[in-house]
Design a protein around this ligand. Structure first.
Ligand code: AMP
Ligand code: MG
Length: 322
């Protein structure tokens, strides 16, 4: 197959999606690999392109809350409040699914992950369609999520025809996933919507982001969002690694303490957490593509909004044994 076209042509994206194709689309979180969520064959193609195990359900993207809630039943009142406050935006709600959603999308769990994205191009595409879009991140399963059209093309360009270019993603971090247990909200994946904001609407929210077995969301798997080369926490890195020119060090802020001969990658030299989130996956990809054999990482210092929790969560999974 020829390589995917990278284009800003929304009408072409809509035409392909109506024809049952899978295309990559920008969202405000990361790029998604999108297709008609109501057609089994299209959904199965998404799994195949990503190499995604079929136990890992897909998020269904809808144009507005009213449309999204058509696919859910027994919706908790907290879900409605969260949707009113944070949709469109980087929040996925896991709700009891209707039968309209194929079991492949939900991995047979009986629940469906729903989201209303705020990216203007994604929104325009949804407005032109009369079906919702299943769209997991547009990367091979377990690897770092893509935050530019080029990232998608680098890895999946030979497997798809079309990538809608929306520039770099606003957040560069996946959506926050919230499910409900006995109607009480539970965060299954930290993400671009800060926990603190969720608490303002749902003070009883709990957090379950580490699953030992049978994960509710694969973002809970201990190794995920991971580059292919070695990632080590600084406090676990032997001095030989820290002395090595072929070690890259991921740091944050204006005055990082690192050895002069290591290659320094700064998430944000001004200490801006949003910038760090936007840069994380790009830098992990740069590390993988470059000459360095090991990436040394440092914990991100705490901030009031809770971005450090999200960043440290992704770093932990990137460094987890595979
Ligand atoms: P991705 O879009 O690749 O970042 O992954 C989507 C995340 O949403 C995965 O971790 C899924 O497991 C999670 N997800 C989607 N649908 C459901 C569901 N029905 N129940 C639990 N998690 C879900
Ligand atoms: Mg993903």
């Amino acid at each position: 197959m020829a390589r995917a076209v990278i284009s800003r042509d929304i009408e072409e994206a809509v035409r392909l999606l109506k024809a049952g194709s899978v295309v990559a689309l920008p969202t405000e979180t990361v790029y998604g690999l999108a297709g008609n969520a109501l057609i089994r064959d299209t959904v199965m193609r998404i799994f195949k392109i990503k190499g995604r195990p079929t136990f890992d359900p897909l998020i269904v993207h809808c144009k507005n809350a009213e449309d999204a809630f058509r696919y859910a039943v027994r919706i908790p009142s907290a879900a409605i409040r969260l949707a009113e406050k944070f949709w469109p935006g980087p929040l996925t709600l896991v709700l009891n699914s209707t039968r309209k959603i194929p079991s492949e999308v939900t991995a047979g769990l009986g629940t469906v992950g729903l989201r209303v994205p705020s990216h203007p191009l994604f929104h325009q595409v949804l407005e032109a369609l009369d079906f919702p879009l299943a769209a997991p991140s547009a990367n091979p399963f377990g690897y770092v999520s893509p935050t530019t059209a080029r990232h998608v093309s680098d890895q999946l360009g030979h497997l798809i025809d079309f990538i809608l270019d929306g520039g770099p993603c606003l957040y560069g971090m996946e959506s926050t996933i919230v499910g409900f247990e006995k109607n009480v909200p539970v965060v299954y994946r930290l993400g671009a919507l800060p926990l603190k904001k969720i608490r303002q609407v749902a003070p009883d929210v709990t957090v379950k982001i580490h699953a030992s077995s049978n994960p509710k969301a694969p973002g809970q798997l201990s190794s995920h969002y991971a580059p292919s080369k070695k990632v080590l926490w600084a406090n676990a890195a032997p001095s030989s690694v820290l002395e090595d020119r072929l070690t890259a060090v991921l740091v944050f802020g204006p005055s990082p303490e690192v050895k002069p001969h290591c290659h320094i990658m700064n998430l944000s030299s001004t200490g801006d957490y949003h910038e760090a989130a936007r840069n994380l996956y790009r830098l992990l990809r740069e590390f993988d593509a470059g000459p360095w054999h090991t990436l040394v990482i440092h914990p991100i210092p705490q901030d009031p909004e809770g971005w450090s929790d999200v960043l440290n969560d992704r770093l932990e999974r990137a460094a987890a044994p595979r």
